[in-house]
Design a protein around this ligand. Structure first.
Ligand code: ADP
Ligand code: ZN
Length: 611
């Protein structure tokens, strides 16, 4: 059979999907015919099939190098559910288990072998592979070879040895990290000079981007989860371990099923929290960026940031973990002046030479630009990765275009206030004092420094404290006010301030949104079945029954629920109510093995729920 039709057949029969997505088909046939490939695809784009199907088409075993030991077992379980002979080799396994897998490899009894890089590079493993028939090598998370990236793994550099030791075996490297520098590094370090590059669009149309002003982050977060994602899985990213702990506790205290995750927890707790997140329905993980690489969970419905990420790359990678199943998902963030101040301070404090500081300052400025932009967020994100985009109708700025106002007068008031306070006292002051003076509040500190006698006292009573902070944040952003980290984060004027003070430059500012964009009241695909659980909604009842059955089955098999069926498959079942095995075959996500294993059970569940 031609590789192409063989690929179609495996896609349908084994994985139960009706069609390839994006570039999958080209990649599969290129690799199936023995070519090397470098695949850049966003998270959720469907990278796994790009090596799984060629491995099944080609003679011999496919070897998948993955840095994520904790997740190998789940990947193997998911393949096993689809009827593919898969196994893993890593350091968390017992000796007898390792030997059993090695025996199966020698017998040619395995189609896909997942190996941790350090294990693969042992002589023992290389020997085992040398004496086996190999279909291909897949190097997942290939950006781990990059010394500049935050996921650098020294073992990855040594993977170059595969090119020498297995010259005839095709290699496919895959990553969701987009930039050109990383791409170049991957090609050089892994000796992929002859590889064909497949670069997909990085757009994730099902993710809605929203960035709001930070006022009271935990309360805003709680309101967001309660009103838009009750009972659904999500990730909340924070910068520090402390914030993680406090936020997880706060959410849990308010009835949200939330767990903490950061590098300071002991490994047992970390692992158990990660497992609960992956396996249970609707857990909210509050985490530092230490959490998430390679998390395959397809039904994460939101990713929230309550602290500003350090770069657009980081933000995009983290938000990309939402909605891998293609159903609607939210990327939600709040940020404020304190984030800007804190991150600039961290850069000042960081060790590293001037050029390093210049690079990370530029990255910070880029993410701030994204936060402050008044046009489409998606266009800004894609442009950052060198891709053209068009307004999306699925970000806050597209849905409700932000209001702009002439902030020149406000800026001048604020700047003169900074100037007067410093002039009167001989030293500079922080945001709190400046805002108090502007608003005419006679606090003890205002009286102590005689600031109620200044001409700027009370000249800004027309704006409230949050509005002033918003103005200040934007001035700091534009380099019109400087926060002096060496002097307790006090505010100073800059060269550029003068133009505004002298009236030579006008300033357009973004108005603080009184009512942020929300999804409340909107009908979404996921909610279609769930929220409308009115007694007469047959769909909802069937969907819930299917979820219950899936939960029990997953527990019985000791695997995450999504490896049995995705939400999208259950939704389609509830919607179409197939009545026979033949009709079940038509549902996306039901391949031959799953049909055989679960077909009758599904028909029964739907029938009894429908009555
Ligand atoms: P990535 O590794 O690129 O993040 P995955 O390979 O995990 O993405 O795929 C993301 C999700 O999309 C998975 O749940 C997968 O089963 C599903 N998927 C991939 N390709 C297809 C396809 N052609 N049709 C339907 N679903 C697909
Ligand atoms: Zn948009």
């Amino acid at each position: 059979m031609q590789p192409a039709s063989r690929a179609d057949q495996i896609l349908r029969d084994t994985f139960g999907y009706p069609a390839f997505r994006g570039q999958q088909q080209d990649i599969v046939s290129h690799v199936a015919e023995g070519g090397d490939a470098l695949v850049l695809m966003p998270t959720g784009g469907g990278k796994s099939l790009c090596y799984q199907i060629p491995a099944l088409i080609r003679e011999g075993m496919g070897v998948v190098v993955s840095p994520l030991i904790a997740l190998m077992q789940d990947q193997v379980a998911a393949l096993d559910e689809a009827g593919v002979r898969a196994a893993a080799l890593n350091s968390s396994m017992s000796w007898p288990d390792v030997q059993a897998v090695e025996r199966r490899v020698r017998q040619g009894d395995i189609d896909l072998l997942y190996v941790a890089p350090e294990r693969l590079l042992t002589e023992r493993c290389l020997d085992l592979l040398t004496s086996s028939k190999l279909a291909l090598f897949a190097i997942d998370e290939a950006h781990c070879v990059s010394q500049w990236g935050h996921d650098f793994r020294p073992e990855y550099i040594r993977l170059a040895v595969l090119a020498e030791r297995f010259p005839g075996v095709p290699r496919i490297a895959l990553t969701a990290t987009a930039d050109a520098l990383t791409r170049k590094e991957i090609i050089e370090r892994l000796h992929l000079q002859n590889a064909r590059e497949f670069v997909s669009s990085f757009d994730r149309p099902n993710i809605r981007y929203r960035i709001n002003e930070k006022i009271s982050p935990r309360k805003q977060l709680l309101e967001f989860i309660k009103s838009e994602h009750p009972g659904e899985a999500g990730i909340v990213y924070c910068l520090s371990r402390n914030t993680v702990e406090e936020t997880a506790e706060f959410l849990a205290g308010n009835g949200i099923n939330a767990l903490p995750y950061h590098a300071g927890l002991d490994s047992g707790t970390r692992e158990s929290n990660q497992n609960r997140f992956i396996r249970d329905d609707g857990v909210v993980m509050v985490a530092t960026i230490a959490f998430g690489m390679g998390i395959d969970k397809p039904d994460v419905r939101f990713v929230a940031h309550i602290d500003l990420p350090k770069s657009i790359e980081g933000y995009y990678q983290e938000t990309g973990r939402a909605g891998r199943d293609g159903l609607p998902a939210d990327a939600w963030m709040v940020y404020g002046l304190s984030d800007v101040v804190q991150q600039r301070w961290m850069i000042d404090q960081s060790e590293g030479d001037a050029s390093y500081k210049r690079i990370i300052t530029a990255k910070l400025d880029a993410i701030l630009g994204l936060c402050e932009t008044t046009s489409c967020r998606r266009v800004a994100l894609l442009e950052y990765f060198g891709e053209a985009g068009k307004s999306c109708d699925n970000c806050d700025n597209c849905i409700i275009p932000p209001e702009m106002w002439d902030g020149t007068d406000a800026a001048r008031k604020l700047m003169s206030c900074i100037f007067r306070c410093e002039q009167a006292s001989g030293f500079s002051f922080g945001a709190q004092q400046i805002v108090d003076v502007l608003r005419g509040k006679s606090t003890a500190k205002v009286q102590q420094f005689g600031h109620e006698k200044l001409s700027t006292f009370g000249i800004g009573a027309d704006l409230d404290a949050n509005q002033w902070r918003s103005v200040l944040r934007q001035l700091v952003m534009h380099g019109l006010v400087k926060v002096d980290h060496e002097r307790f984060n006090t505010l100073r004027l800059t060269e550029a301030s003068r133009e505004v003070l002298r009236g030579e430059r006008r300033l357009n500012l973004r108005r603080q949104v009184a009512k942020p964009v929300s999804r409340r009241g909107e009908r979404r695909a996921v909610d279609k079945a769930r929220i409308t659980a009115a007694p007469d909604s047959a769909n909802a009842i069937v969907f819930e029954a299917l979820r219950g059955w899936r939960r029990d089955t997953a527990k019985e098999h000791g695997v995450p629920a999504y490896t049995i069926f995705h939400d999208s498959t259950l939704l389609e079942l509830a919607d179409r109510l197939p009545g026979s095995l033949d009709e079940l075959r038509e549902i996306s996500g039901i391949g031959a093995t799953k049909l055989e294993r679960y077909g009758h059970a599904l028909l029964e569940v739907m029938q009894s729920a429908g009555n």
